[in-house]
Design a binder for this molecule. Sequence first.
Ligand code: 5RP
Length: 224
Amino acid sequence: MIEEMKRKAGEKAAEYVKDGMVVGLGTGSTVKYTILKLGERVKEGLDIIGIPTSRNTEELAKSLGIPLGDINEYQSIDLTIDGADEVDPHFNLIKGGGGALLREKIIAHASKYEVIVVDERKIKDFLGKFPLPVEVTPFGYLRTMKVLESLGCRASLRKKNDGIFVTDNGNYIVDCHFGKIEEPEKLERKIDEIPGVVEVGLFINLANEIIVGKKEGIEIRKKN
Ligand code: 5RP
C-alpha cells in the first residue's frame, strides 16, 4: 500500500517534464518512480538533461539512459522533482533521510520550480517528529554535535552497518531529535551559523508544489 502511494505520486510528477527541460533528479524511494518513468519516456524520445542530487540517483538515471549534466554546467534548472521526510502546511520540509540533503538543497535553490513527491504519511501539522538531518564536517564533529544539542535537541551520529555513514561529499550526518519545531526558519539560520555545519535538512520556501500519493488517488497542493 505504501509503495503504491509512492508510485502514484512519483509517476504523476514525471508528467510535468517536457522536451528541452533541464530537470533536477531527487533522491529516495518515492522519486525513484519519477526517474523510472522518465527513463521510459527518454527511450520514447523525450529530450531532457537530468541533474542528479546523489550518486545513487546518478547511477539509476545512467542505467536508464537519461542524459545527465552537472550543476556547474547548468546553473539554472527548469524543474526539480524530489522527495521529503516531512512536509508542513506552509510547504516547509525536512529532508535528508537518505543523506543527500546538501546536493538536494543546492539543486532546489537553483531550480525555477520544485515539486515534492510524498506519500500521505509525510504530511504533518508541524515539523520535527522526524529527526532533523544535519550534514557536518568530520573535523570536530563531536564538538559540533554538542553545539547542536545546546539548541535543544538530542543529537545522534548516523551509522551505516558497523561504521559511520559518510555522505557523497565525504561528510557525516547528525540526526537531531528536536520534537516539535516551532520556528523552522529561525532554527535553520541558527544551525547554519554553527562552524562545522555544512547544511541542514530544513527546506524553507523552496518547494512550489507537493504531490501526495494517497490510499485513494493523489492530491496536488500548489503554493500560492
Ligand atoms: C534524501 C531525501 C529524500 O528525499 C527523503 O529522505 C525521502 O525519501 P523517501 O522518498 O525514500 O521516503 O531527502 O536525502
